[in-house]
Write a new protein. Structure first.
Length: 160
């Protein structure tokens, strides 16, 4: 069985707004018959809006493939064996995106999620297998992966 998990968009926050702006510019340029500039704007917006990262997991062959889906059409990545990894762990993630206005005021958005990671031989998180919004969903996903991949589960030690 091959499992395909989308992890996250490559570009986020203000860059998504920029991608949408390039898409609108491409549409306007198409109506004004400037097809070369419209094509360039459409390619830029397509790259920004539709590129994301993910991972393919082949449970029968015991292989994984971290990839980037470029333009939402082309996968780039190579297969690796699961024998290089010790187990699984759950890592809480916090992504903060900040934008400063011209008056130097900060506008920040915080996105929190929980990710199931493969643990490498050096006991460090290597590749994310799944991104979940709640701790319970991530715990359930990690339990499923532990059964499917026949790998042990490691807990994350908090630094003090």
């Amino acid at each position: 069985m091959v499992i395909d998990n989308k992890i996250e968009k490559t570009f986020s926050g203000p860059l998504i707004i920029m991608g949408a702006t390039f898409m609108i510019i491409a549409i306007v340029l198409t109506f004004t018959h400037r097809y070369i500039l419209a094509t360039i704007s459409f390619i830029i917006s397509g790259f920004i809006l539709f590129t994301f990262s993910g991972i393919d997991i082949d449970t029968e062959k015991r292989q994984i493939r971290p990839y980037y889906m470029i333009f939402g059409l082309f996968k780039s990545g190579k297969w690796e064996t699961l024998d290089k990894f010790r187990g699984l762990t759950l890592v809480p993630m916090k992504k903060v995106t900040s934008v400063y206005s011209r008056s130097n005021r900060r506008n920040a958005s915080v996105k929190e999620d929980f990710r199931v990671y493969l643990v490498n031989r050096a006991k460090k998180p290597a590749y994310p297998l799944k991104s979940c919004k709640s701790m319970e969903a991530a715990q359930n996903s990690m339990d499923e992966f532990a059964i499917w991949l026949k790998l042990p589960v490691y807990s994350v030690k908090k630094r003090q």
